[in-house]
Design a protein around this ligand. Structure first.
Ligand code: PGA
Length: 264
C-alpha cells in the first residue's frame, strides 16, 4: 500500500530538527549557503521542508527560508502566554518571527523539564491560538520497547491530548519517535512500525482526530530513509543529526523524489 501523502500527491513533510548542533553563526551560514539549493530540490520532489533551528537563529534565518519556499519551525514553546517564565519563549513571539510549526513534547524536552500532559495540552493551545501547527512527539523507552509496551505507552501519551487536538482545524502532526532510537543509529523494524502506525491510525479514527499526518523520527539518514517512507501511514520524517549535514540532507531529499517518480 502506498503512503497516503504519495497517493494524494500532497507534499511529503521533512522536519529538520537542528537541536543545539549549530551555533548562531553556523546556522546563518548554513541558511545563506544552502537554502536556495534545498528549496529547489524540495520543489522538484514536492517536499515541505521545515527548518527548526535553535531560538536565537529563528529571526535571522526566517527571510532566507521565506525566499526559497522553506518553512520555519521552533523546537519548543512555553505553555504560557506571557509572564515571569525565565528562559521560555512564547508562541506569540514564535509567530512574530515567522514560525509555521513547532515541535512539542520531544523526549529531550520531556526529560529536561519533566513535562506533564497538561503542559503539552497548554502548549498545543498556545500554538493554535497563534496559528502555529504543533508537531506532537510521542515515544517509548528502550525498556518499554523490550517489554512490548510501545502501543500502550503511546496511547497513554496521546489520550490526554485528544480534546486539544480535536479543537484544532489544523492538521494534527503526530511524530512517533522511539526514545531508544533517537541519536543512537538503532531503528525499529518495518514490522514494528507497521503495527505502531496501524494502532495510532485506529486510535485517531476512534477519537475523531482529523486531519492527521503521521511522522517518524529517530536515526533517519540517507541509508535508511527509503525504507521508512515506504511504510504505510508515514507521511513525513523528523530528522535530527543528519539534517545538519548538507550532503546527507540533499541525498535524503533526492530519495524522496526517487520514491515519488517510481510511484507516479
Ligand atoms: P536523530 O534525532 O535523527 O538525531 O536521531 C531525531 C529527533 O530527535 O527528532
Amino acid at each position: 500500500m502506498l503512503p497516503s501523502a504519495q497517493k494524494n500527491k500532497s507534499p511529503y513533510i521533512l522536519i529538520s530538527n537542528w537541536k543545539m548542533y549549530l551555533t548562531y553563526k553556523e546556522s546563518c551560514a548554513w541558511a545563506a549557503e544552502q537554502f536556495e539549493n534545498i528549496g529547489r530540490m524540495c520543489q522538484e520532489t514536492n517536499t515541505s521542508f521545515v527548518i527548526c533551528p535553535s531560538y536565537d537563529a529563528l529571526a535571522s534565518i526566517a527571510p532566507h527560508a521565506q525566499r526559497y519556499g522553506l518553512l520555519l519551525g521552533a523546537q519548543d514553546c512555553s505553555a504560557y502566554k506571557a509572564g515571569a517564565y525565565t528562559s521560555q519563549v512564547s508562541a506569540s513571539s514564535l509567530a512574530q518571527v515567522g514560525c509555521d510549526y513547532c515541535i512539542i513534547g520531544h523526549s529531550e524536552t520531556r526529560q529536561q523539564y519533566t513535562l506533564s500532559s497538561a503542559d503539552i495540552t497548554q502548549k498545543i493551545k498556545q500554538l493554535l491560538d497563534n496559528n502555529i501547527t504543533p508537531v506532537v512527539c510521542i515515544g517509548e523507552t528502550q525498556q518499554e520497547y523490550v517489554q512490548q509496551e510501545t502501543i500502550d505507552v503511546l496511547i497513554q501519551q496521546l489520550e490526554p491530548l485528544v480534546p486539544a487536538l480535536k479543537e484544532s482545524k489544523k492538521v494534527a502532526y503526530i511524530a512517533y519517535e522511539p526514545i531508544w532510537s533517537i541519536g543512537t543509529g538503532n531503528m525499529p523494524s518495518s514490522e514494528h512500525l507497521k503495527k505502531v502506525y496501524d494502532a495510532l491510525a485506529q486510535f485517531c479514527k476512534t477519537a475523531h482526530i482529523k486531519p492527521i499526518c503521521f511522522i517518524y523520527g529517530g536515526s533517519i539518514d540517507e541509508t535508511n530513509v527509503t525504507r521508512i517512507i515506504n511504510i504505510s501511514h508515514i507521511q513525513g520524517i523528523l530528522v535530527g543529526k543528519a539534517s545538519t549535514d548538507f550532503q546527507k540532507i540533499k541525498t535524503i531529499v533526492s530519495l524522496l523524489k526517487k520514491d515519488y517518480s517510481s510511484l507516479a
